[in-house]
Design a protein around this ligand. Structure first.
Ligand code: NAP
Length: 239
């Protein structure tokens, strides 16, 4: 039987990655570049990579829209990966301030909304993809803090609703929920993990690989949500 459907080549596709200056976003932007995509990274630091970095704060909707429209004015936009996110050291209820709560909601939830909304008209034109980087913290309680967990649960719920509405417009919307990933985000824990736990965590490249897999699926196939865990930690119930 012949193979059904043709996996779209990533080569030549224009992809925006938010949070591309570090961790999962950086690994994904690099991996997409290696696959020949034209990659544009959004972050406050910019940085350099084998892709085009843009200084853009995702909490600022006008900046986000201006930046995304400028990028898409070139060769359109085929996909967006929403990886910008943060957490706080003062994350537990005894220390969590109103400002801290607001920062996490503004960045992790509203920031993703601003990026997705700005990308959407371009994705409808290209019948493109959006991949949200949520977290297992959206799925079960853990030590990441109530504000982080609320922001990620909101993000997953938003992505599910966007998927329901936008698939009829040809936009494929997916969520990746990683467990512990060894990135600089872990340095923001009240007690950063020991080297042994970091070594047992996922590597950002593991998440990038899942992202490439999802974006490479032929249009008739769809993975709504995918959870990826470090086999030696959360897969054993150690959160
Ligand atoms: N590490 C984990 O264990 C883990 C597990 C599950 C899910 N996640 C999620 O994965 C995503 C990436 O996290 P990571 O672990 O790779 O952390 P990271 O290394 O700290 O990277 C976070 C990225 O988000 C960007 N960012 C933060 N605030 C921003 C803002 N206001 N505007 C634009 N960019 C902003 C940062 O860039 P600038 O600072 O340059 O702006 C950086 O590029 C996050 O959404 C996180 O919640 C992480």
């Amino acid at each position: 039987m012949p193979e059904r459907g043709t996996a779209p080549a990533l080569s030549g596709r224009t992809v925006i990655v938010s949070g591309a200056s570090s961790g999962i976003g950086l690994a994904t932007a690099r991996a997409l570049s290696r696959h020949g995509a034209r990659v544009h990274g959004l972050s406050r630091r910019g940085g350099d990579g084998p892709f085009n970095p843009h200084i853009c704060d995702v909490t600022q909707p006008e900046d986000v829209t201006r930046t995304i429209d400028q990028i898409a004015a070139g060769a359109g936009l085929d996909a967006v990966v929403l990886a910008a996110g943060t957490n706080l050291a003062d994350r537990h209820l005894g220390q969590l301030s109103t400002g801290g709560w607001q920062t996490l909601i503004d960045t992790n939830l509203s920031g993703a909304f601003h990026v997705f909304r700005a990308a959407l008209p371009h994705l409808r034109r290209s019948r493109g993809d959006a991949v949200f980087i949520s977290s297992v913290s959206a799925l079960w309680p853990d030590a990441s803090g109530p504000a982080y967990q609320a922001s990620k649960a909101g993000l997953t719920a938003f992505a599910r609703a966007a998927a329901l509405e936008e698939h009829r417009n040809g936009v494929r919307v997916s969520v990746i929920s990683p467990g512990l990933v060894d990135t600089p985000l872990l340095d923001r824990r009240p007690q950063p993990p020991e080297p042994a736990q970091r070594a047992a965590a996922l590597h950002p490249d593991d998440v990038a690989r899942v992202c490439i897999f999802m974006l490479s699926l032929p249009a008739h196939a769809y993975i709504p949500e995918l959870t990826i865990l470090p086999a030696a930690i959360q897969a054993l119930g150690d959160t």
